[in-house]
Design a protein around this ligand. Structure first.
Ligand code: AMP
Ligand code: GLY
Length: 421
């Protein structure tokens, strides 16, 4: 079958890499893609915001499944447009993507379904927001409402920091915010596929959001990740599925906006059990890279079952026993404005050392691959233990070189400190 993959990041390179291994695949197309994705797919010059053009392309190429990687086209309703044209889609409709797009929407679902999450106040004025600060004290969490690419959240340790965040948020043009109780515990990500009725647990991971070693410096989209995250024991996973994910899937269906795609639940493991921090309506990046490295079955079959509403007919997902770890190599300046255009050397040499190098912010220029974004590569390895996977990923990284390129040296530290095996 012919498949169209939407997106251009490391996540989509990992999806392309895994889809390309499917025995069901005829041709994989990708838009807008990147040079890494181009090694697995035929890149097509499609404007993904032009839904009519994407739909026409699907008809022209007999596309039977569209896999939407990033959140922006989901929130923009690309899934709705394709479904209206009778094309199977992996990824939720616009209304269901609000689980990621609107923090206030998700909080209302949590209220309605009794899902454990941080207490909150949805404030539409600065005065309301300040009253919420009086209620919650410090530390407190302040979130801009709407898609903010992970940058709309301030964890304020003091009242002063909280006031500064509010000034910023409600500053010039007013705004809306969710003010939340601070949850204490360890964060973990749980991925669950759902077709709107049935669910298929699809792996666990932890990432490293801060740019610097020791989890210091500004937040990023993620500097590395590993899977599985053993801190989410099977008992805790069962609780999270029963108390958080299943009620969400049911509430979405009951609201007439069933969620079909991957639910990426960001959980805090508190003393009272798992609580929902946030949902994303897509795979994590770079969490997807480690999930794909571990998945031991045909990704196309699985995504098709989600898209066609037949998840209930299949069994649990199969995983390799190995752990996987990925280290992001970023461009100078990231997470601020990255330097672009630097020639990248050594990708093949790194792969010869046993890693898989997923490309994110790269582009082809005169037969070379050059940097074109903040997060440039995700160097991914598997091994019998997390420590083995970590050693292999870092060994491979030494082969890669581009001016200004940097990475964290401690990806996986939490998992390895817990238990090196
Ligand atoms: P979010 O965009 O909602 O995932 O928030 C980004 C990050 O802020 C999360 O990954 C957490 O590290 C942190 N965070 C968000 N909400 C809370 C909370 N209620 N308590 C503690 N930390 C939080
Ligand atoms: N790595 C975090 C995310 O994809 O949102």
């Amino acid at each position: 079958m012919n498949v169209l993959l939407i997106g251009s990041g490391g996540r989509e390179h990992a999806l392309a890499w895994k889809l390309a291994q499917s025995s069901r695949l005829n041709t994989l197309f990708a838009a807008p893609g990147n040079p890494g994705i181009a090694t697995r797919a035929e890149i097509v010059a499609l404007d993904v915001a032009d839904h009519a053009a994407v739909t026409a392309f699907c008809a022209d190429k007999a596309i039977e499944l569209v896999v939407i990687g990033p959140e922006a086209p989901l929130v923009d309703g690309l899934g709705d447009s394709l479904r209206a044209a009778g094309i199977a889609v992996f990824g939720p409709n616009k209304a269901a993507a609000q689980l990621e797009g609107s923090k206030a929407f998700t909080k209302r679902i949590c209220d309605a379904a009794g899902i454990p999450t941080a207490g909150y106040i949805h404030a539409t004025s600065r005065a309301e927001a300040r009253a919420a600060l009086d209620k919650f004290g410090a530390p407190v969490v302040i979130k801009a409402d709407g898609l903010a690419a992970g940058k709309g959240v301030t964890v304020a340790m003091t009242r002063e920091e909280a006031e500064a965040a509010l000034a910023d948020l409600f500053g010039a043009r007013g705004g809306e915010a969710v003010i939340e109780q601070f949850l204490e515990g360890e964060e973990v990500s749980l991925f669950v596929l759902t077709d709107g009725k049935d669910i298929l647990p699809f792996g666990t991971a932890q990432d490293h959001k801060r740019v610097g070693d020791g989890d210091t410096g500004p937040n990023t989209g993620g500097m590395g990740a590993y899977s599985p995250a053993r801190v989410l024991t099977s008992a805790l996973e069962t609780r999270a599925l029963d108390e958080i994910v299943r009620p969400t899937v049911a509430a979405m269906a009951a609201a007439g906006t069933p969620f079909s795609g991957v639910l990426y639940a960001g959980l805090m493991l508190t003393a009272d059990g798992p609580k929902l921090i946030e949902y994303n309506a897509r795979f994590g990046d770079p969490e997807c890279q480690v999930l794909m490295a571990r998945l031991d079955e045909d990704l196309l079959e699985v995504l098709l079952a989600v898209a066609t509403g037949t998840l209930g007919e299949r069994g649990p997902a199969k995983w390799r026993k190995e752990a996987a770890l990925t280290v992001v190599m970023a461009a100078k300046g990231y997470p601020g404005t990255p330097e672009t255009g630097a020639q990248i050397d050594g990708i093949a040499a790194a792969e010869a050392k046993g890693a898989t190098v997923f490309q994110a912010g790269t582009r082809a220029l005169d037969g070379q691959i050059v940097t074109a974004g903040g997060r440039v590569l995700a160097v991914t390895a598997t091994g019998p233990t997390i420590a083995d996977a970590q050693a292999d990923a870092y060994r491979a990284l030494t082969a890669i070189d581009f001016t200004g390129g940097f990475y964290r040296n401690d990806i996986g530290w939490r998992e390895i400190a817990r238990d090196p095996s």
